[in-house]
Design a protein around this ligand. Structure first.
Ligand SMILES: [Cu+2]
Length: 164
């Protein structure tokens, strides 16, 4: 009886440990991305890039183009950048000469449309970056759609001055 309980406890512990190691170890750029990328028919994420902050500890911004050649409108429900703390969709707005950021809730991409995340406009703001992220590397972004489908693609890591 006791050993059965112990075996159960161990079985529960092992996946947890494996998860920890995965999160802690610096994953070589893009390796997990190419292993099993999530795809959504008709949806393509192009020109993905993540601009590293000039100052360590500051948030980073990611940009890309999402095109929808499926026959249906899609809604982005959430976004995740592997290895980072938090990723949020923001929209930069200028009002009376002042720039501000608004949270962007569930942007929609209609059939045939391309949604562009670019400097000065829509961006994904990413906090708690791993120490070892450096220009030239690549990380994986995953978009989660309102229907539960996911799409993952690489983001090229760029230095702060290389924003475009
Ligand atoms: Cu922002």
């Amino acid at each position: 009886m006791k050993s059965a309980l112990l075996a159960l406890a161990l079985a529960a512990l092992i996946p947890a440990l494996a998860g920890c190691q995965q999160a802690g170890a610096p994953t070589p750029a893009g390796e997990t991305a190419s292993a099993a990328p999530e795809t959504k028919p008709g949806l393509a994420l192009a020109d993905g890039r993540l601009v590293l902050p000039a100052v360590k500890g500051s948030p980073a911004a990611a940009y890309f183009r999402l095109s929808n050649s499926s026959g249906k409108a899609v809604v982005i429900a959430a976004v995740d950048v592997a290895g980072a703390g938090m990723a949020m969709m923001h929209q930069t707005a200028t009002f009376d000469g002042r720039a501000s950021m608004d949270m962007m809730e569930n942007p929609e991409v209609k059939p045939g449309e391309t949604l562009e995340f670019a400097p000065g406009g829509k961006h994904v703001m990413i906090t708690d970056l791993p120490e070892d992220w450096a220009p030239g590397g690549s990380v994986e972004i995953t978009l989660v759609f309102s229907d539960g489908d996911k799409l993952s693609a690489p983001l090229k890591l760029l230095a702060a001055g290389d924003a475009r």
